[in-house]
Design a protein around this ligand. Structure first.
Ligand code: PMP
Length: 457
C-alpha cells in the first residue's frame, strides 16, 4: 500500500470515529455527521496543516487564542522544560514556581492597582470568579446584602457557565437556559450600525451612556458590579465602541459605587493594538478577566485580577468563613503558567505591541476595499480584529435570512482557498495571530474578499 493511501485510510478512519464519539461545541451535529470533518494535525507559524499536508492560514487564531503563531520556539521550550520538572501540582494548600512568577509578571503589566491574581482555566470561569468575588465583596466589606445584581450590555457574551450566561445576552446561546439564570440589568451597547436606542448616529454622542447612567442612578443600591467587554464586543459580531465609551463607563460606575468587571478574555494580549483594551482609555477596572491569549494560545489557563482593597475584605479569622470558597482542580497549572510566562517574555523581547502598528495600518487599508461590496453593510476594525457584517440589502440594512447561512458559506469557500475563518452569524471575523506577516494579511483579505463576491454575487 502506498504511503498516501495509508494516510487517506487513517484520515477516513478518524473522521468516522470523530462522528461516532466526539460531540463538537456550538455545532449542529446532524450537519456535522453528514460532513467530512477537516482534521488538523500540525501547526507552523500562522498556518494550520491538515492530515494531507494541506496548509491553511489561521485567520481567527484558532478561536481568538493564538498570539505568536504555532510552534513558537520560546513557548515550546518553556513547556518542555516545565514538563521535565513537574506537569501539575495543586494550589490548594501548596504553591508552585511558575504560578508565582506569572502572577508577578501579570501584575506588572496590568492596569495599575490590580495586585492579586486568582487562577482558573477558561474565560467563563475567569468571569464567574469576578462575579462571585464582587457579590461577596459587598456583603463582607459593607454588610450590604442588597447589592447582589449585575448590569451588563445588550449583545454581551461572557461565557457558557450559568453565571457568565446570566450576564450574557445573545439569544441563541442563553434563551433555552433562561429559566435557570439570575436576572441581570441591561444597558444599551453602542452598536451604532444598528443603534439600540434608535437615535440617528449623526445626532448621537451619548445616548447609550445616558440610559446607562439613568439605570445606575435608579439601581445603584442593588448593583454589585457592571460587566463589560472593553472596546470590542466579540461574539456579538466584533462590535467596536466609540472612543471614550469605556472611560465613561468607568467614570459612571465609580460615581454610582458599582464595581467594574472588564472581560478581556477575547481582547486581551495585544489584539486591539494595546496589551489590554483598558490601556487604550487609561481605565483600571476592579476586576480584569483574562484567558485565551494568556498562554499565547497554547494551554487552558485563565486569571482574574483584582485590587488589594477587594482582596482585603476576604481576610478574617478562619471560622468567619470569609475566604473565597472557589477553586478548580487545575488552578495555576504549572505547564500553563510556564507557557504564559514565555508568552509575556516574547511580548517584551520582540516588542510585539510596537511592531504591530504598521500591520494594523495595512489591515485598515485592506479592509477599506470591502466597504464598496454590495452585500457588506459595515466593516468594523480595531487592532488586528475585524468584523465584516454581510447584509441582504445595503440601503435598508436588512439581514440575510438565517437559513441562508451566508457567513458559513463564505467561510467554507475561503477554506477551499486555504484560509480558515469562523463567522459569527453573518459577520465574517478576521482575527489572525499577532505574528501575521504583511503578505499573509494581504492574502487573508484577498481570499475573504473573493469569497464574499463568489457567494453573494
Ligand atoms: N468572555 C468573552 C468576551 C469571550 O469572548 C469568551 C469566549 N469566546 C468567553 C468569555 C468565554 O471563554 P471560554 O470559552 O474560554 O470559557
Amino acid at each position: 500500500m502506498k504511503k498516501t493511501e495509508k494516510k487517506t485510510g487513517r484520515e477516513k478512519g478518524l473522521q468516522e470515529l470523530d462522528k461516532l464519539h466526539v460531540w463538537h461545541p456550538f455545532t449542529q451535529m446532524s450537519e456535522w455527521e453528514k460532513s467530512d470533518p477537516l482534521i488538523i494535525e500540525k501547526g507552523r507559524g500562522n498556518y494550520l496543516i491538515d492530515m494531507n499536508g494541506k496548509r491553511y492560514l489561521d485567520g481567527v487564531s484558532s478561536l481568538w487564542v493564538n498570539v505568536h503563531g504555532h510552534g513558537k520556539r520560546r513557548i515550546d521550550t518553556a513547556i518542555k522544560r516545565q514538563l521535565d520538572r513537574i506537569a501539575h501540582s495543586t494550589l490548594l494548600g501548596l504553591a508552585n514556581v511558575p504560578s508565582i512568577e506569572l502572577a508577578k509578571k501579570l501584575v506588572d503589566i496590568a492596569p495599575r492597582g490590580l495586585k492579586k491574581v486568582f487562577y482558573s482555566d477558561n474565560g467563563s470561569t475567569a468571569v464567574e470568579i469576578a462575579l462571585k468575588m464582587a457579590f461577596q465583596y459587598w456583603e463582607q466589606a459593607h454588610d450590604n446584602f442588597e447589592k447582589k445584581k449585575f448590569i451588563a450590555f445588550t449583545g454581551a457574551y461572557h461565557g457558557d457557565t450559568f453565571g457568565s450566561m446570566s450576564v450574557g445576552e445573545i439569544d441563541i446561546f442563553v434563551k433555552k437556559y433562561r429559566p435557570l439564570l439570575f436576572s441581570t440589568l441591561r444597558a444599551p451597547y453602542p452598536y451604532c450600525y444598528r443603534c439600540p436606542v434608535e437615535k440617528d448616529r449623526k445626532d448621537c454622542k451619548t445616548a447609550c451612556l445616558e440610559v446607562f447612567e439613568e439605570t445606575l442612578k435608579k439601581h445603584s443600591h442593588e448593583l454589585a458590579a457592571c460587566v463589560i467587554e472593553p472596546l470590542v464586543q466579540g461574539a456579538a459580531g466584533m462590535i467596536t465602541s466609540p472612543p471614550g465609551f469605556l472611560k465613561e463607563v468607568r467614570r459612571l460606575t465609580k460615581k454610582y459605587n458599582v464595581l467594574l468587571i472588564a472581560d478581556e478574555v477575547a481582547v486581551g494580549f495585544g489584539r486591539t493594538g494595546h496589551m489590554f483594551a483598558c490601556d487604550a482609555e487609561g481605565v483600571t477596572p476592579d476586576f480584569l478577566c483574562l484567558a485565551k491569549g494568556i498562554t499565547g494560545g497554547y494551554m487552558p489557563l485563565a486569571a482574574t485580577l483584582t485590587t488589594e482593597k477587594i482582596y482585603r475584605t476576604f481576610l478574617g479569622e478562619y471560622a468567619e468563613y470569609k475566604a473565597f470558597f472557589h477553586g478548580h482542580t487545575y488552578t495555576g497549572n504549572p505547564l500553563g503558567c510556564a507557557a504564559a510566562i514565555a508568552n509575556l517574555d516574547i511580548f517584551e523581547k520582540e516588542e510585539v505591541i510596537k511592531n504591530l502598528k504598521p500591520r494594523i495600518a495595512l489591515f485598515k487599508k485592506l479592509l477599506k476595499d470591502f466597504e464598496s461590496l454590495n452585500h457588506v453593510g459595515e466593516v468594523r476594525q480595531l487592532g488586528l480584529i475585524a468584523g465584516i457584517e454581510l447584509v441582504k440589502d445595503k440601503a435598508s440594512k436588512e439581514p440575510f435570512a438565517p437559513k441562508d447561512r451566508i457567513g458559513s458559506l463564505v467561510s467554507t469557500d475561503a477554506r477551499e482557498s486555504g484560509l480558515l475563518i469562523r463567522p459569527l452569524g453573518d459577520v465574517l471575523v478576521i482575527m489572525p495571530p499577532l505574528s501575521i506577516k504583511e503578505a499573509e494579511l494581504k492574502r487573508i483579505c484577498k481570499i475573504v474578499y473573493d469569497s464574499i463576491r463568489e457567494i453573494t454575487g
